[in-house]
Design a protein. Sequence first.
Length: 305
Amino acid sequence: MRKFIIDTDTASDDVIAIITALREPSIKVMGITVVAGNVGLEQSLQNALTAIKVSDTYIPPVFGGMSKPLFRDLVMADDVHGSDGLGNMFLPRSNLSIEPEHAMDGLLRLIEENPYEIELITLGPLTNIAMACLKAPETMNKLKSITLMAGTGLGPGNITETAEFNVYVDAESLSIVLDLEIPKLFVGWDAIMNKGFLTRQDTNYLKNSDSSLAKFAMRCTQSLDEYNQKLGFDGFELADPTAMIAAIWPEMMTKCIPAYATVETKNEDNYGQVYLDLSSKTPNATICIDINPDLFKKYLFQSLL
């Protein structure tokens, strides 16, 4: 059985990604580390507990982490996901508990207890991961791999012309994580855009199904859907589930390229842009630049129905 740790700034699409992992029998989620990003840390923690509860499988430990980026003020996406991150459902507080250990320490302990076995999946800003790298880089290099929903690949950004949200929130943290000497897979915005996408036909199918889980998934993404409608889209991308499905079922990815990745942290105009050198340097990452949308939907629906 494969062992995952999920680092998340839990909003609507993060919840669906967590559910996907928890409901896959070949995966054991060893822990969920939570960071501020889409919403503040406290709300993100509550949303992670909600994901566990609605998945109705098992209860991995949940650890609270960093409430702001390393050097900058927190930028959130509550205009996209709703003020609670879950489409303004305003659910009651969960009765599940949060571990007393800091996310950084919980992550490091779990890696030491399972050396070279843990696959880390990051769905938000990388502040928790950077802190763990700064504290114990030798332990972080005992990860089996890291899959990051981060960057724009070869395409445009989604918060600025050149930056993807998770990187833009804390580019300095990504710069630290890039120094890890482990396999790194980026599933970025260009691979997700128009491919990790639910059409109106898809959303109606899920809403009208007999699955309470599918109905919940569509309700918690209501603000995301409305935000995309204002932009002229009849549907919406599910970025974090796309990255999670890529980690669980890599056959969904149809094109990946090796690259030497760096990130802009100095120039404000391009802050958070991930630069990819495809020729002159030894690659430090694999970049997914295309996926099979039919397989994306197959595995997503399989998880929710």
